[in-house]
Design a protein around this ligand. Structure first.
Ligand code: RFL
Ligand code: PHB
Length: 401
């Protein structure tokens, strides 16, 4: 693209799941967008992150023509396994949630699919275009100033959607917001390994030494996580030590074998909860990690991003079609209701499954009581299942034709 566009209807900052899905939903309904992304395409497509799509996220991708590869290559999962005290217990999603389930399909693949669609449809997406400033949000023609290939440009628009993640400029450009934060006293060491998963469904393991999670990316690739201390360094974790510790934390009475293989990616992620309120000021709207972060234990981050932009797309469509601002006015409150539900669920899962650094025996017994209750009570299991597969997506019916 030689001359980047100077005006659009909705300027979208960030080509993560939030920005790309918003652009896709709006384009289908005839609303013009320009996506600005500070990184290059290959970086965005390779960033290892989420792996689980809620039922509502799967439905919206499928209903809008973005789910074809997901339906071929994604793995539908009807439950998860909880391991604690040497035993394993299965939570069955469809029977507890009226038939809902989740899809194992990596964020990298969702992002590739949405970028592919955008380029096939010849819609503007500018990589290596870093938004520097958002201005004019109290008027009706805001602007985004950005730098691309050493040159500064200005993009004028009706609305700015800041989908620029936790470290973007969107949140800092929204005046008068309140923030809420909790930093947890542990991190996740995540590895990607070329070995078939040793389980059919994800395993969330509680262990006195710390939490472990067995997830997957495909029938050939496993994704595994270990709780580590926040000041832990990657160089302390040889591949052999990682496999030993995983086997230790997943051990169950009667035996279970963890397959091992070459580790192809290793990283440490801190865990935090963060929310900014409100998510809108004038013509600036925040969506996804730009507005909120959850600890990954509930697998909610990407799904919340999808929920925000579904709501925002429906509100924008209503406004462009009828001039009715009702959806835009209630966007922040409606989005935050779901955000806080997900914050609470992620916090509960995190607190139930992770070892406290103090090794407080009272806390440990509370965790085991909650795990036992979840494994044996239909009411408790239903609550976990309903939150895990995700509540219905408001706005989805309005934005899908
Ligand atoms: P992203 O994905 O961070 O995308 C934001 C994009 O904005 C760009 N950007 C800018 N572009 C232009 N100008 C600027 N000034 C810019 N500043 C930033 C960035 O380069 C980037 O491309 O945010 P988005 O779209 O809101 O998506 C959120 C999700 O990525 C995130 O919530 C999930 O990855 C969280 N998460 C999980 N979510 C789930 O739903 N299920 C999971 O199983 C799950 N597992 C995880 C996770 C996150 C993890 N990490 C590493 C944080 C597991 C891990 C380990
Ligand atoms: C992942 O596959 O990366 C994953 C799965 C479930 C979680 C978090 C991460 O809760």
């Amino acid at each position: 693209m030689q001359n980047p566009p100077t005006r659009t209807q909705v300027a979208i900052i960030g080509a993560g799941p939030a920005g790309l899905l918003l652009a896709h939903l709006l384009h289908r309904r005839g609303i013009d967008t320009v996506v600005l992304e500070s990184r290059d395409r290959s970086y965005v497509e390779r960033r290892q992150r989420a792996g689980i799509l809620e039922q509502g996220t799967v439905d919206i991708l499928r209903a809008t023509g973005a789910g074809r590869r997901m339906d071929r290559q994604g793995l539908r999962h009807d439950g998860i396994e909880l391991r604690f005290g040497g035993e394993s217990h299965r939570i069955d999603f469809p029977s507890l949630t009226g038939g809902r389930s989740v899809m194992v399909y990596a964020q990298t693949e969702v992002v590739k699919d949405l970028i592919g669609l955008r380029l096939d449809e010849d819609q503007p997406i500018l990589f290596e275009a870093e938004a520097l400033e958002i201005s004019g949000i109290d008027g009706d023609s805001p602007q985004v100033r950005y730098r691309r290939r050493g040159q500064e440009h200005t993009l004028a628009c009706d609305v700015v959607a800041a989908c620029d993640g936790f470290h973007g400029i969107g949140r800092r450009s929204l005046p008068g917001a309140d923030t809420f934060e909790r930093v947890y006293p542990f991190s996740w060491l995540g590895v990607l390994a070329d070995v078939p998963p040793s389980c059919e469904e994800l395993i969330y393991a509680h262990h006195p030494e710390g939490f472990a999670l067995h997830s997957m990316r495909s029938p050939e690739v496993s994704r595994l996580y270990l709780q580590v201390s926040p000041d832990e360094r990657l160089e302390n974790w040889s591949d052999a030590r990682i496999w030993d510790e995983l086997a230790n934390r997943f051990a169950v009475d009667g035996g279970w074998e963890l397959g091992t293989g070459p580790i192809t990616d290793k990283s440490i992620t801190p865990m935090r909860s963060f929310v900014t309120e409100p998510m809108r000021h004038g013509r600036l709207f925040l969506a996804g990690d730009a507005a909120h972060i959850v600890p990954p234990t509930g697998a909610k981050g990407l799904n919340l991003a999808a929920a925000d932009v579904t709501l925002l797309a429906a509100a924008l469509l209503r406004w462009y079609r009828t001039g009715d601002e009702g959806g835009l006015d209630s966007y922040s409150a409606d989005a935050l209701r779901r955000v806080w539900r997900a914050e609470h669920f992620s916090y509960l899962m995190t607190s139930m499954l992770h070892a406290q650094p103090s090794r407080d025996p009272f806390e440990l017994r509370l965790q085991l009581a909650q795990l036992h209750y979840t494994a044996t009570s239909a009411a408790a299991a239903t609550s976990l299942a309903e939150n895990y597969v995700g509540l219905p997506l408001p706005g989805a019916e309005d934005i899908v034709e």
